[in-house]
Design a protein around this ligand. Structure first.
Ligand code: ATP
Ligand code: MG
Length: 413
């Protein structure tokens, strides 16, 4: 994309009420627009990052045989009354409204009950199982505190997957495949090394659920990890988990972390309540085994910003960056011609380039390339071109090299 066509501007100042660093940087760099506390709009630049994250998640969910769907945001009161979760005392994040005729409706903060209700229409026999579905969709939650920028939105994007099985063994086996898929997701997003599968509070069926917690100063959770980073326990279940695992509490150290994902086994409890039964090979009626698997898409974007940003701005991992290259053109005829042709060549090879073709001072272009966090900057100037060289700078390390055009192309490929 050419920056001269981009409508957003980088900003020196942020809204006075914005206290979180991820939102401050994302607003200043032009990725998000703040509507109100916990509610953000995404610009074309922001969408590029979101789509990259979604694509990683989508590929990994597809790879374990899950099928993509989109459930509705408007939900029926009756759907949630069955499990007693329409009650605001049980679920304190509901946004609710009413139709013109007075019928009460709720805005989807989760879709567990809604999915099971839908599946009643499709799952009749053991031959219809297993099924795994997922969606990537906006959730609405009336969160009490929204001070963590896009890491805790009142409107945010989640990937939620649901797997339905005839037997516990089949559910357990799929759950393990989902864990492996989640690990690949965090690896590919560049936060694999600092993301731990964590024992967390469980719900009705199992003692523990599993959270994927990413070490992050801006997180809202505390995680206890052992020295070799092979055991991680959420503070809320520290006593129970260490007892169960037979490990000494004192051997674990606390770290601040953010919950990037959460997975649960429900057993048959939810299906029994929602009356989702299938006819088994024995001809009898059996309740379906359910597990659910969430990933915060916008939270992951915020965590990535928080983890890698430096004093100059955002530093995107290449897998999520809105472009691989930030192309700076300085000078008049010669360099303009070379920059244009380099832009065309890279784009035609499928290498995404953010081309700073604006009439701006070089210093302003460099500062914007750093604030926006594009992994590599390539500078084309009249002086460099007369030496047949391009300046190649890594955002992460700040190291600069002078490369010929062939060397540059080889490096970017
Ligand atoms: P938290 O304890 O942080 O409120 P949760 O237990 O309510 O999270 P789930 O309902 O399991 O979260 O949602 C699945 C995932 O969605 C979470 O692991 C997290 O990554 C993300 N998520 C949850 N709430 C928010 C929010 N308000 N804003 C952004 N992402 C969120
Ligand atoms: Mg919550």
């Amino acid at each position: 994309m050419r920056l001269s066509h981009n409508f957003t501007r980088t900003l020196k100042d942020v809204p006075a009420d914005e206290v979180s660093r991820n939102a401050q940087l994302l607003i200043r760099a032009g990725y998000v627009y703040k509507v109100m506390a916990g509610v953000y709009a995404y610009t074309p630049l922001g969408i590029k990052v979101l789509e990259n994250i979604k694509q990683v998640v989508r590929e990994e969910m597809n790879a374990i045989g899950s099928q993509e769907i989109i459930m509705s945001s408007l939900q029926r009161k009756e759907t949630w009354e069955v499990t007693d979760r329409w009650d605001d005392k049980k679920v304190d994040v509901w946004f609710k409204s009413a139709l013109q005729d007075g019928t009460e409706v709720g805005f989807g903060w989760s879709h567990e009950e809604a999915i099971l209700e839908m599946m009643r229409q499709y799952i009749k026999s053991y031959k219809d199982l297993p099924v795994s579905v997922y969606q990537i969709q906006t959730k609405l939650r009336n969160e009490l505190r929204a001070k963590s920028g896009i890491m805790r939105g009142r409107e945010f994007i989640m990937k939620d997957m649901y797997s339905l099985h005839a037997t516990e063994a089949d559910c357990d086996a799929y759950y393990e495949r989902a864990i492996a898929a989640y690990k690949r997701v965090y690896e590919r997003l560049g936060i694999g090394e600092d993301t731990f599968i964590t024992f967390a509070s469980g719900g009705a069926f199992t003692t523990f659920s599993h959270e994927f917690q990413t070490i992050c100063e801006a997180g809202e959770d505390t995680l206890f990890v052992n020295e070799s980073h092979t055991v991680a326990v959420n503070e809320e279940v520290l006593d129970d988990a260490t007892r169960e695992l037979g490990i000494d509490k004192e051997s674990l150290v606390p770290v601040v972390s953010a919950e990037s994902g959460n997975i649960f086994k429900f057993g048959t409890e939810k299906a029994e309540k929602m009356k989702l039964y299938f006819t088994g090979e024995d001809g009898e009626q059996h309740p379906v085994y359910l597990a659910s698997y969430g990933i915060g898409i916008t939270r992951a974007m915020g965590v990535i910003v928080e983890k890698f940003a430096d004093d100059k701005g955002i530093v995107w991992p290449t897998s999520v960056a809105p472009a691989l290259v930030y192309l700076v053109q300085i000078g008049q005829q010669q360099s303009l011609r070379h920059a244009n042709s380099l832009y065309d060549e890279l784009m035609s090879q499928g290498i995404e380039v953010m081309y700073d073709d604006r009439d701006e001072r070089p210093g302003a272009k460099f500062a914007d390339s750093e604030l926006m966090g594009i992994p590599y900057r390539v500078t084309v100037s009249d002086r460099l071109i007369s030496d047949e060289k391009y300046e190649f700078t890594s955002r992460k390390t700040g190291e600069t090299e002078l490369l010929t055009r062939d060397e540059l192309l080889a490096r970017l490929r």
